[in-house]
Design a protein around this ligand. Structure first.
Ligand code: UDP
Length: 325
């Protein structure tokens, strides 16, 4: 059985993918520096607490375990913060990934599944967005992921690295059992913030602009369940292990929902009203981001299991009401 190094295993998407791999009896090694992740998200599993800036420590991990493939989730991912403090993002996202790729090559590991983002596309010129859509990120966070995708392509050509870059749209939801879920030190995402308004943790939700060119004036996003992301990672690593080629793949449901729709579905799931007010637009928010997911279906045989936004929000609500971290 192959061994997969899960980098960023204590984060939101990393921890869900790790649980899925373990349940399917993969050998895994969980690595995280716990700067954003939570030890509790590993549910008692063993952690290699290593920072990717520590090249020696990283190299030792590859010597200690017989790694066949890497899944790389570790990154800072707050768009607003990346505008204010781009240095932090280039340092952590770009330089640390550079260290990781070099450690892989030095230790003869050639397979990596990388967490990329739809932020790579910038403001859409057409929708749904397919993988051939022009890439023009509008913030430093998107730039870091763009640069890493270029690095992966260059390393592939020069050193035979094999990679799948998964461009996520908006990750949401939690495991059905709700023992792990979304927990950010500074929460900026819409669904958890609306749900926190419903639990009383937050007083009111701000809608960032209602004058967009969309049916109700609020921004449209493609919300994809975190378990569907975990499935795609497993299929992607299998694709690499089966010696199929390197790929760049969108992950979204192909359906868009406006901010107002999300608030209303959250209210119906929770059975109460969420107070909201309309505020100014948030800088860098495109009006609508919806994925074309044909490539994921064709190449990976992937299909989202959570196609109803109500189901996605139901799992997020189960988590939010009983959060353990
Ligand atoms: N949003 C909002 N109020 C908030 C947080 C987010 O209106 O307090 C909007 C945001 O402008 C975007 C959508 O909700 O249109 C999703 O934002 P989120 O931060 O969850 O994800 P992003 O699309 O930035 O990755």
């Amino acid at each position: 059985m192959n061994t997969i190094l899960v980098v960023g295993a204590a984060g939101y998407i990393g921890s869900h993918t790790l649980r899925d791999l373990k349940e399917r009896k993969y050998n895994t090694v969980a690595l995280d520096n716990l700067s954003e992740g939570h030890l509790e998200a590993l549910c008692g599993g063993v952690l290699e607490n290593i920072d990717l800036a520590d090249t020696e420590g990283l190299n030792n991990i590859f010597k200690k375990y017989n790694i066949d493939a890497v899944m790389h989730f570790a990154a800072y991912a707050y768009v607003g913060e990346s505008v204010i403090n781009p240095r932090k993002y280039y340092q952590n996202n770009v330089l640390c990934t550079f260290n990781l790729l070099n450690a892989m090559l030095e230790n003869n590991v050639h397979n990596i599944v990388f967490s990329s983002t739809c932020a790579i596309y910038g403001n859409p010129v057409y929708t749904p967005i397919d993988e051939k859509h022009p890439q023009s990120p509008v913030n430093p966070y998107g730039n870091t992921k763009y640069i890493i995708e270029k690095m992966l392509a260059d390393y592939k050509k020069a050193y035979g690295l094999k990679y799948i870059a998964l461009r996520y749209f908006n990750a949401a939801g939690a495991r059905e059992s709700a023992e792990i879920g979304e927990s950010h030190n500074t929460e900026t995402h819409l669904i958890p913030l609306v749900l926190q308004t419903l639990t009383g943790k937050k007083q009111c939700i701000d809608i960032f602009g209602d004058d967009y060119d969309t049916p109700d004036g609020t921004c449209i996003r493609d919300y994809i369940h975190v378990n569907d992301l975990a499935d795609a990672h497993r299929l992607a690593v299998e694709h690499l292990m089966n010696n199929k080629g390197s790929e760049v793949i969108n992950l979204g449901t192909g359906k868009g929902h406006s901010v107002k729709e999300i608030i209303s579905v959250c209210e119906s799931v929770a059975g109460k009203r969420a107070p909201y007010k309309v505020t100014a637009r948030r800088e860098g928010d495109p009006a609508s981001l919806v994925a074309s997911n044909c490539v994921a279906r064709d190449l990976l045989g992937w299909e989202p299991k959570y196609t109803d936004i109500k189901d996605i929000i139901r799992t997020a609500w189960n988590w939010e009401r009983n959060r353990k971290y």
